[in-house]
Design a protein around this ligand. Structure first.
Ligand code: ATP
Ligand code: MG
Length: 189
């Protein structure tokens, strides 16, 4: 089974490229952001906890997120593979994922880092604010999410480099080209 991590700053296109990989290779897709938004929508207790953090542009506590991830992952095992979109986002989560996979005889196949300039990210997120109306897509919260990304998530680049699974992709204005590059990398797994 392939275990593919896709990570990058808010608005870097994790969902878009995940969808392209799902279409091409038939993987299952875990988006922790989507899982949390569904819980908020459903009005669950988890949703109520998550909403407070998301609206502030902060991360949900690691222990909570790790439990959710493990149970969603177990519901998706047995297929061709899983794309982790939005997880891990901290070094603690990365260590937990390694353990969760190892306990099941699995490991990370590749970690795809999406590199996009901050100007482009801001434009995209403000554009998405108009179309999707997410509570965290306003300029102030977006800036907060960039800071959270820089301090808590960016250290994963070195983590995955040390694990020998890092693959980096820089957006140069052409989404289809980026999709082709990512697909080529995953084809070679
Ligand atoms: P995009 O989906 O546009 O690439 P994003 O990173 O802003 O960007 P989501 O992945 O949908 O969006 O996450 C939205 C919010 O959900 C985060 O800001 C955070 O509050 C919460 N969240 C999602 N995944 C995690 C995680 N692994 N750990 C902690 N919080 C998370
Ligand atoms: Mg997303």
């Amino acid at each position: 089974m392939h275990n593919i991590i896709i990570f990058g700053a808010p608005g870097s296109g994790k969902g878009t490229y995940s969808a392209a990989l799902v279409e091409r290779f038939g993987y299952s897709h875990i988006s922790t952001g989507d899982v949390l938004r569904a819980e908020i929508q459903a009005g669950s207790q988890l949703g109520r906890i998550a909403a407070g953090y998301i609206e502030q542009g902060m991360l949900i506590p690691d222990d909570l997120m790790i439990d959710i991830l493990a149970s969603v992952y177990d519901s998706m095992r047995g297929g061709k593979g899983v794309i982790f979109d939005g997880f891990p986002r901290t070094i603690v989560q990365a260590g937990a994922l390694k353990r969760i996979l190892a306990e099941r005889g699995e490991k990370v196949s590749v970690a795809l880092n999406l590199i996009v300039s901050e100007d482009v990210l801001m434009q995209r997120l403000l554009g998405r604010a108009l179309s999707e109306g997410r509570t965290d897509d306003n300029e102030e919260t977006i800036r907060k999410r960039f800071t959270v990304y820089d301090t808590q998530t960016r250290p994963l680049v070195e983590w995955f480099r040390n694990e020998g699974v890092l693959a980096e992709f820089t957006f140069r204005g052409d989404k289809d080209r980026m999709i082709d590059e990512i697909i080529e990398r995953v084809e070679n797994l």
